[in-house]
Design a binder for this molecule. Structure first.
Ligand code: ZN
Length: 132
């Protein structure tokens, strides 16, 4: 993805954290902040070996019993990683792993309040525990 400086596009599409092209899959699956999150859920190998986001979600759905909850987890991780990326690109702020986890944990807590099924609430509780 190109960095937007509101009036013009950057001249390169490289990630500013590692030597890779920046793409949605890179940001959400393979870049350093993503590894902080996926390691906590023991999904780092799967994230790194997935060809793209769709492949990753499909693989996780097949591996997890509560696959509905996986969508909540993935959405929360993706929003966290996107916000971290944007804060880095637009404001030059780098989120340390502890802040990244705390941010995601807060989003999970928000989702937990909105969840209707007890199974989803319980799953989110266990994920929040992994973020601490
Ligand atoms: Zn990167």
């Amino acid at each position: 993805m190109f960095r937007k400086h509101w009036s013009l596009l950057a001249e390169h599409q490289d990630c500013d954290l590692c030597p890779a092209s920046e793409s949605a899959s890179h940001i959400v699956l393979r870049c350093y902040p993503a590894s902080v999150i996926w390691v906590a859920f023991h999904m780092d190998d799967l994230a790194c070996s997935s060809t793209d986001i769709v492949h990753f979600i499909y693989s996780v759905e097949r591996a997890w019993i509560n696959s509905r909850g996986v969508h909540i987890l993935f959405a929360t991780a993706a929003v966290t990683l996107w916000h971290a990326r944007n804060d880095r690109v637009f404001n030059n702020n780098r989120w340390p792993p502890s802040y990244l986890k705390r941010y995601m944990s807060q989003l999970l807590q928000d989702w937990q309040h909105r969840a209707k099924r007890q199974a989803d609430k319980d799953a989110i509780t266990s994920w929040m525990y992994l973020m601490n």
